[in-house]
Write a protein that binds this ligand. Structure first.
Ligand SMILES: [Zn+2]
Length: 165
């Protein structure tokens, strides 16, 4: 296995575990020459999972594409690249465990939202606005209001603690 960055051959495995619901082995590798870390998969050659889009079109489940869309939602938020990878790992695992040939894109969107919601509200709303297909602008506004009220309540609770009476 050559390093994808410097083409060096002194690459060692730093972590190895199962992925995709036990159908694959995921290995984190590190290049001794340039320090680059990358991931490889060893898996049984098998059918792919089709993601069914709202338009009715289907496309192959693409891990990199999912990482890119989560990355966009997390831009300039305090979420590291490895956290994003971890989120996508979990989703990929769940998707493959379902043992279905086709999965609606909404379902994958919901999995991402579920994880972002507890992690970062801004990233969650960004992602949700694209994927959840809000019925109308009011619904989107309600969602934002709820988040704002929650933040205000948290802020108020914090101020109460900080202000000596
Ligand atoms: Zn290298």
């Amino acid at each position: 296995m050559h390093c994808p960055r410097c083409d060096g051959t002194r690459v060692r495995v730093v972590d190895s575990r199962t992925a995709r619901g036990g159908r694959a082995i995921r290995r984190r590798r590190e290049c001794a020459d340039c320090g680059e870390r990358f991931t490889t998969y060893e898996s049984v050659e098998e059918r792919t999972i089709q993601v069914l889009k709202r338009s009715g079109a289907a496309e192959e489940f693409d891990r990199q594409k999912l990482i890119r869309s989560v990355r966009v939602a997390c831009a300039k938020r305090p979420i590291s690249a490895s956290e994003i990878e971890h989120i996508v790992d979990q989703i990929e695992d769940e998707v493959f465990k379902m043992a279905r040939v086709e999965i609606p894109s909404e379902l994958i969107g919901a999995m991402v939202m579920e994880r972002l919601k507890s992690r970062d509200h801004v990233a969650y709303v960004r992602f949700a606005s694209v994927y959840r297909n809000f019925q109308d602008i009011d619904e989107f506004y309600d969602e934002l209001q709820q988040l704002r009220q929650k933040r205000e309540r948290e802020q108020a609770a914090k101020n109460q603690v900080e202000l000596p009476l």
